[in-house]
Write a protein that binds this ligand. Structure first.
Ligand code: FE2
Ligand code: FE2
Length: 199
């Protein structure tokens, strides 16, 4: 019993020492913001990867905006609304990522020059409504692939950036699902219309 107590006491002391050491380090590096000695990530690589994700989001905002304004035809209204919602959500993602980059003492790259080179997803305008939805689905799938890779890279090196990217990834999966559902709905409706015309 006694030895247990002393063991506990020892643990407690060790713990307290650690806490005060952590506090000391936090005070020492207070001017460094989120980047401290305990930041394990390779900052340069993390910043590059986050700037690529930022470029991907900006390209997605632009593509969805273009599709929103260009959506025409019998099924266009609901689809155009969906494009607009996605554009707004991609903008939110871009803002979250830019904010995280500044927390890591980096600079968010909003330079239009080289935007498509930095971005993982593409900017494809698409002729018809179906083409646009297909292009958006492809872009979402690319984002899902590359964000999954980014998350694996961040792993335990930068848990905060990793969690942010996981939240964004979940949203991209929803976006892909939305586009897939739209494609199926429109294809079904078009089959109905064709049948109605034929009869
Ligand atoms: Fe996004
Ligand atoms: Fe998306």
């Amino acid at each position: 019993m006694k030895s247990d107590d002393s063991a506990k006491g020892k643990d407690k002391n060790t713990f307290l020492t650690d806490i005060s050491e952590i506090r000391r380090r936090a005070r020492q590096h207070i001017e460094e913001g989120a980047v401290t000695d305990s930041y394990k990530g390779d900052r340069k690589t993390v910043l590059r990867v986050l700037n690529e994700a930022l470029a991907t989001e900006i390209v997605c905002v632009l593509r969805y905006k273009r599709h929103h304004y260009m959506a025409k035809g019998i099924h266009s209204q609901a689809v155009a609304q969906e494009f607009l919602e996605h554009a707004a959500e991609e903008q939110e993602h871009a803002d979250q990522i830019a904010e995280r980059i500044t927390q890591l003492d980096g600079e968010p790259n909003f330079n239009p020059e080289g935007l498509l080179t930095r971005s993982h997803s593409e900017y494809v305008e698409g002729e018809s409504l179906i083409d646009m939805i297909k292009e958006d689905l492809v872009a979402e799938r690319i984002a899902i692939e590359s964000y999954s890779e980014i998350i694996r890279y961040l792993a335990d090196n930068d848990p905060t950036s990793r969690r942010m990217m996981e939240e964004i990834l979940a949203k991209e999966e929803e976006h892909a699902e939305d586009m897939k559902t739209l494609l199926e709905t429109i294809a079904r409706e078009e089959r109905h219309e064709d049948r109605a015309k034929a009869s």
